[in-house]
Design a protein around this ligand. Structure first.
Ligand code: C2E
Ligand code: CA
Ligand code: CA
Ligand code: CA
Length: 279
């Protein structure tokens, strides 16, 4: 019977290996197609305000047409969602970002947290958590170096479903940020029940900092909310030193924006990163 079990195990292992091989071949093909269509990830640094250090990057998808023009993601992502293509495209984005994180870590560029955007239909796709899990295992990336950015409006969509998925994702060891925060209407009690690690202040509010506007006080409210819920707070769209100073005074943890760098291809990011003055 032992022999029998062994035989079955060998058979099983072979079947698994060939399935993995098939999947890897398919992913290889998918990569060729997607990259052949002009898709590429750009990376924008995220900076810790207290130390001035780059602690992470956000991966942002770019689509360049054969004539050289870029189609903005705000235009093609809704299309990809509508057509269902976002599932394959999203898997490619996730894997490419994970591989980039690993490469930078292994080459000694740095242990940078990699933030990946997720859209609503991806998040609600039943295979999403297993896709993430499979990619993390197959690629051997540290889950705590990977963050998913989920918009506040998505997080508000179907509360019970969202809570379950977020719990499964964070159980894998990855972190979650709520993107475009301040644009939705999350209640304190709801936020408290979600497994998330970071709030990302929407660009529109950063833009209004220091202006005579009703929205100018929102970043402060978000920082306080983060502090009381023990969540880190990052601000996006920081364009001026005044905005950065303002955010530092409020106690915001991290920043991202054109003041530091625009999103750029991987090679440019490495050049930029290596040329930074120490500290
Ligand atoms: P987002 O996640 O809110 O990304 C922030 C956007 O602000 C990016 O636009 C970024 O390039 C831009 N940005 C960064 N710093 C500054 C700044 O200082 N000033 C200004 N004016 N803009 C700044 P981008 O790259 O065009 O992306 C637009 C949106 O497309 C993203 O908004 C995100 O919702 C979506 N997106 C991008 N890549 C992906 C992806 O891989 N998957 C999914 N599902 N969505 C993505
Ligand atoms: Ca984002
Ligand atoms: Ca955002
Ligand atoms: Ca946005």
């Amino acid at each position: 019977a032992k022999q029998d079990q062994r035989g079955r195990f060998v058979w099983y292992a072979q079947a698994m290996a060939s399935e993995t091989r098939q999947r890897l071949t398919m992913l290889h093909d998918l990569r060729a197609v997607i990259e052949g269509q002009g898709m590429q990830l750009y990376y924008q640094p995220q900076i810790e305000l207290s130390s001035g250090q780059v602690i992470g990057v956000e991966a942002l998808l770019r689509w360049q047409l054969p004539n050289g023009q870029f189609v903005p993601p705000d235009r093609f992502i809704p299309l990809a969602e509508y057509s269902g293509l976002i599932i394959d495209l999203g898997e490619w984005v996730f894997r490419t970002a994970c591989l980039q994180q690993l490469e930078w870590q292994q080459l000694g560029v740095g242990a940078l947290r990699m933030a990946v955007n997720v859209s609503l239909s991806q998040f609600r796709h039943q295979g999403f958590v297993s896709m993430v899990k499979r990619a993390l295992t197959e690629l051997g990336v540290s889950p705590d170096m990977i963050e998913l950015e989920v918009t506040e409006s998505m997080a508000m969509h179907r509360i019970d479903e969202v809570r379950t998925v977020l719990r499964q994702l964070t159980a894998l060891g990855i972190t979650v940020a709520i993107d475009d925060f301040g644009t939705g209407f999350s209640s304190l009690s709801y936020l408290q029940r979600l497994d998330v690690n970071r709030l990302k202040i929407d660009r529109a509010f950063v833009n209004d900092l220091g202006r005579q506007s009703e929205r100018a006080s929102i970043p402060e409210m978000i920082v306080k909310l983060g502090q009381s819920l023990n969540l880190k707070v990052i601000a996006e769209g920081v364009e001026t030193p005044e905005q950065a100073d303002h955010l530092r005074e409020l106690g915001c943890d991290e920043v991202q924006g054109y003041l530091y760098a625009k999103p750029m291809p991987a090679d440019d990011f490495v050049r930029w990163f290596l040329m930074l003055p120490e500290g």
